[in-house]
Write a protein that binds this ligand. Structure first.
Ligand code: SF4
Ligand code: SF4
Length: 481
């Protein structure tokens, strides 16, 4: 690697300690190995440990800590989970084997889209509620094991980072949320790239054997965080040390919709729009699934459908929540926006363009929801770990089951509301900037922006209403909060 770059406050890769660590070529492997070891413990306890969810490492760490820490990292830096993803470590062996056996192929063109991930995400949200995954250590362990297996099989047969780019639901969540993050892997000086002959960031560095970006994100044309796993392969490959982890204004990449290397324009891709719909409106459904009114709604629907089974009732709720309400809301805002701008374009085009503005609010909703679980259950890790160690014969004392919350109960709603206001502010700014970058005059832009501002505020009210309801204390034993 080239000489250490000069310290720059806005570039994390130049910071003391953290910079040299991340620039060390094996830092990612190290982080992955740590999380792989943690995953092994989680799997062990999930399959063989106590099957009460608040007392098992699998349910507590996955549904409280993992989710809470992921959204925190996305809020403060960017896609750090993909950087340390444990699923990627065993797949290196599968890729090697696939190459040796001549099994590896390019992903067929019709499958090079977000549609597989869209289907898997919608299915996961549905199954999460149907089987109460948060309440079952055994099922949680199966979800993780299936994840490992799927990543292995896909990378055995397909070249590149097929699993990350087209399949992984967790990765798509991170890509979506990272659109609003304050950090981005990007070139330090564009002028250096124009004189660069080898383009190792994409082609790979022949001298060091470092591969280039497997997600097809060519640095000089890369815009923002979509599809970027923060793997740093491009950083290690670039012979000019011209790539950093740079700070930017949060949500900034949502202020326009330029052509992005390896992706195209987000607003022109129906699969990306579907992905954003599932992730933005899925945030509402996921939180709605744990408040009291959902039970009343389920009973009412069950009576109308003359059934006692939960599956068809939930299917109807998810079908309407993801397949009917979002298109209606987006089409209405798109139609009004087009009318206000007087521009000749289809409603679909307008809606696909402006849906980008709803990303910050969608992320704010996930943040508010996951923060609730994290803030009320973060310290449960201590007694659960004590209990786990005791179970495997390593005395760790009487588990301190009284531990759980890290903030007083009356801070919860104000904090959740703060995250929602933050998301709303980000969405309003993004919608206005998108309008300004699309229409010729500010007056037209303002008129086109108003329906999206109205939709954002309606969604804020819905989010506040959901968060205001008493929530199920999933994965904790502190029912008195
Ligand atoms: S990022 Fe590095 S390898 Fe890629 S084009 Fe620029 S200078 Fe060349
Ligand atoms: S641009 Fe590509 S190689 Fe660079 S960090 Fe992102 S995914 Fe990895």
């Amino acid at each position: 690697m080239a000489a250490r770059p000069a310290f720059a406050r806005h570039d994390l890769l130049t910071w003391p300690l953290v910079g040299p660590f991340l620039r060390w070529r094996f830092s990612r492997r190290f982080l992955q190995a740590v999380l792989l070891a943690v995953s092994a413990l989680i799997l062990f306890d999930g399959f063989l440990g106590p099957q009460q969810s608040p007392k098992n490492l699998a349910t507590v760490t996955v549904w409280i800590h993992y989710r809470g820490l992921v959204v925190l990292a996305l809020l403060l830096v960017g896609n750090l989970f993909c950087m340390a993803c444990p699923f990627m470590l065993p797949r290196e062996a599968a890729r090697w084997l696939g190459r040796r056996l001549g099994l590896q192929r390019n992903v067929p063109r019709p499958l090079r889209s977000k549609w597989p991930a869209v289907i898997l995400l919608a299915l996961f949200f549905y199954l999460f509620e149907l089987y109460d995954l948060w309440a079952s250590p055994w099922l949680t362990a199966w979800v993780i094991a299936t994840y490992f297996l799927t990543a292995l099989v896909i990378d055995l047969f397909f070249r590149g980072a097929a699993f990350c780019k087209y399949v992984c639901p967790l990765g798509q969540f991170n890509f979506m949320a990272a659109l609003a993050s304050p950090g981005e892997i990007r070139v330090r000086e564009a002028a250096v790239c124009t004189t660069c002959r080898t383009k190792d960031c994409i082609a790979g560095n022949r001298q060091t054997g470092q591969r280039g970006c497997e997600l097809w994100l060519f640095q000089p044309g890369k815009v923002g965080n979509m599809d970027c796993t923060f793997c740093l392969d491009c950083v290690y490959a670039c012979p000019h040390d011209n790539i950093g982890l740079l700070a930017r204004l949060p949500t900034q990449e949502l202020w326009s919709d330029p052509r992005r290397a390896g992706i195209g324009r987000l607003g022109r891709r129906l699969d990306v729009t579907a992905l954003l719909v599932v992730l933005i409106f899925g945030a509402y459904l996921n939180a709605f699934g744990m408040i009291k009114p959902v039970y009343a709604l389920e009973q009412w629907l069950a009576a109308r459908l003359h059934t006692t089974a939960e599956a068809p009732v939930l299917l109807l709720i998810f079908g309407v929540g993801l397949g009917v309400v979002p298109p209606l809301l987006l089409a209405t805002a798109g139609w009004l926006s087009r009318l206000a701008s007087g521009r000749r374009e289809s409603v679909r085009e307008t809606a696909q363009y402006f849906i980008l503005s709803l990303v910050p609010l969608g992320f704010g909703m996930w943040l508010a929801h996951y923060a609730f679980h994290f803030l009320t259950g973060a310290l449960t890790l201590i007694p659960v770990t004590q209990s786990f160690l005791n179970d495997i014969g390593l005395p760790a004392g009487e588990p301190l089951w009284q531990l759980g919350p890290i903030v007083p109960a009356d801070w919860l709603f104000p904090l959740q509301a703060f995250f929602l206001y933050l998301g709303t502010f980000g969405s309003l700014v993004a919608a206005f900037q998108l309008a300004v970058s699309r229409y010729r005059t500010r007056q037209v832009a303002l008129r086109a922006f108003l329906p999206w501002a109205a939709l954002t505020l309606v969604m804020l009210v819905a989010a506040l209403w959901i968060m205001f309801q008493p929530m199920e204390m999933r994965g904790t034993i502190f029912l008195g909060l």
